[in-house]
Design a protein around this ligand. Structure first.
Ligand code: ATP
Length: 365
C-alpha cells in the first residue's frame, strides 16, 4: 500500500500542505519543533482515527482555528482509496472512505496497516501495563476484526459492571449477564494475545540480534489473571470485594506483558541505547508480523530513531530499512547525516523534504 498524496489543513502546527510522496523512501529533516512529528502523526491519524500519542482532537486542531482536515490518497494494491477526516471544534469528527462516511470508526481500523516508531515508545518500557496492553491491541486489531469487536464488547460490559459496583447495586441478575459477557470476550482476548506473543517473539529476537550483532536474547511474557481460572467465576467470587473498591479488579484489563533482555526486566536493567534498540526491534517485528498476516504491506513511520544509538547499530538499522522487506517509509531526523546515509544505501526511488515552521517543502538534493 502506498500513500501517494496527503493534504493537510490546520493539523497542529501544519497550516496548509499538499505533498506527493515517493512510493519507497520519504525523508523529512528540520530543526526541533518544526512539525516533522506532526506530519507523521497526521498519516497515523488516517490509519487509526487518532493521534499516535492520543492527543485529544481539540488539541490537534491548530490553535485559534476552527477546522482541521486531513486527506490521504492511497494506492491499495492497484485500487484507489481516498480517506478524509474533518475535525471541527465542539462537533463530532467526520471520517470518510471514498466519500462515504463511516458509521463506526472501528470499521476503518486495519484497512490501512501502519507501524510507527517514535520517541514516545519509551513509555512501552517505562510506563504502566496499559501501554503494553495497547501495543498488543494495536497489533492484533489491525489484522483481526473479531478481536477488536471482542475488545469493544468487553470494555462496554466492564464499564457497565463498574457503574453497578459504584452504585452499590446488589442486583445479581444484572451482574451475571455482564460477568458472563466479560468472561466470554475476555477468554477470546486472552487466547489471541497469547498466540500473538508466541508467534511474535522469535521475529522480535531476530531483529534485535541483527541490530546488535549479538546473541543476546529478548523476551516477552504474557501474564494474565485468567491463567488462574474462569473469568466469570472469578468475577462472581470477587463481587463483594469489587463493590468495596468500586471497580472490577479482575480481568484481561489487568494483563501484563513482561519485556525482558537477557532474562531480566528491561525496565530495570536497560541502558538508553538498549531500550531504544529494543523498541525499534519490537516495532520492526510488528511490521513484519502485520505484513505476513495482512493483504498489503504496511506503511512504516520512523520518527527520530537514531538518537542515543551507536554507529554500529545505526548502520544495521539503515541496512534493514533499506532492504525490500519494507514498503513505503516516512523517516524524520533533525539533520541530513543519517538520512543521506540511508539514501546512499538505497537503490530505490526516494524523496527528500525540508520541514520548517509547519511547512513541508520538497528538496531537489
Ligand atoms: N494545536 C496546535 N496548534 C499549533 N501548534 C501546535 C499544536 N500542537 C502542537 N503544536 C506545535 O507543534 C510543534 C511540535 O512539532 P513537532 O513535534 O512535529 O516537531 P518536530 O519537528 O518533530 O521536532 P523534534 O525534532 O523536536 O521532534 C510545537 O512547536 C508545538 O507547539
Amino acid at each position: 500500500m502506498i500513500l501517494k498524496k496527503l493534504s493537510i489543513l490546520n493539523y497542529k502546527n501544519i497550516l496548509q500542505s499538499e505533498v506527493s510522496f515517493s512510493p519507497k523512501m520519504n525523508c523529512f529533516f528540520g530543526n526541533n519543533g518544526m512539525g516533522k512529528t506532526n506530519l507523521l502523526d497526521a498519516i497515523h491519524y488516517l490509519s487509526f482515527c487518532k493521534s499516535h500519542i492520543n492527543t485529544p482532537d481539540n488539541q490537534i486542531i491548530r490553535n485559534d482555528e476552527e477546522l482541521c482536515v486531513i486527506q490521504g490518497f492511497y494506492d491499495y494494491e492497484g485500487r484507489e482509496e481516498d480517506i478524509f477526516c474533518a475535525m471541527r471544534r465542539r462537533q463530532r469528527k467526520q471520517f470518510k472512505r471514498n466519500k462515504k462516511e463511516y458509521d463506526k470508526l472501528s470499521e476503518h481500523i486495519g484497512l490501512l496497516p501502519l507501524v510507527m516508531v517514535s520517541p514516545a515508545d519509551s513509555e512501552l518500557i517505562q510506563g504502566g501495563s496499559d501501554e503494553r496492553r495497547r501495543l498488543l491491541d494495536v497489533i492484533i486489531s489491525q489484522q483481526d476484526k473479531q478481536y477488536l469487536h471482542a475488545l469493544i464488547q468487553y470494555n462496554k460490559a466492564m464499564q457497565q459492571r463498574n457503574v453497578l459496583l459504584k452504585n452499590q447495586s446488589k442486583d445479581a441478575s444484572l451482574y451475571e449477564v455482564l460477568e458472563m459477557q466479560m468472561g466470554m470476550y475476555g477468554g477470546m482476548i486472552r487466547e489471541k494475545r497469547q498466540s500473538l506473543v508466541d508467534e511474535f517473539t522469535p521475529i522480535f529476537n531476530e531483529y534485535y540480534q541483527t541490530i546488535c550483532q549479538s546473541a543476546e536474547q529478548v523476551g516477552l511474557r504474557y501474564a494474565s489473571q485468567l491463567e488462574e481460572g474462569d473469568l466469570a467465576d472469578m468475577l462472581l467470587n470477587n463481587r463483594e470485594r469489587d463493590r468495596i473498591l468500586g471497580y472490577s479488579s479482575t480481568g484481561i484489563h489487568k494483563d501484563e506483558l513482561e519485556m525482558t533482555l537477557g532474562g531480566y526486566l528491561i525496565r530495570r536493567i536497560g541502558s538508553q541505547g538498549q531500550n531504544k534498540t529494543y523498541l525499534i526491534a519490537l516495532k520492526l517485528a510488528q511490521f513484519v508480523f502485520l505484513a505476513r498476516k495482512g493483504n498489503t504491506t504496511p506503511i512504516l513511520l520512523l520518527d527520530d530513531i537514531f538518537d542515543k544509538l551507536d554507529a554500529a547499530r545505526v548502520e544495521q538499522i539503515v541496512k534493514l530499512v533499506s532492504n525490500d522487506t519494507f514498503g513505503q517509509i516516512f523517516i524524520t531526523d533533525t539533520n541530513r547525516k543519517y538520512l543521506d546515509e540511508i539514501l546512499s544505501a538505497m537503490h530505490h526511488d526516494y524523496a527528500l523534504f525540508k520541514v520548517e515552521q509547519g511547512e513541508i517543502q520538497p528538496m531537489e538534493e
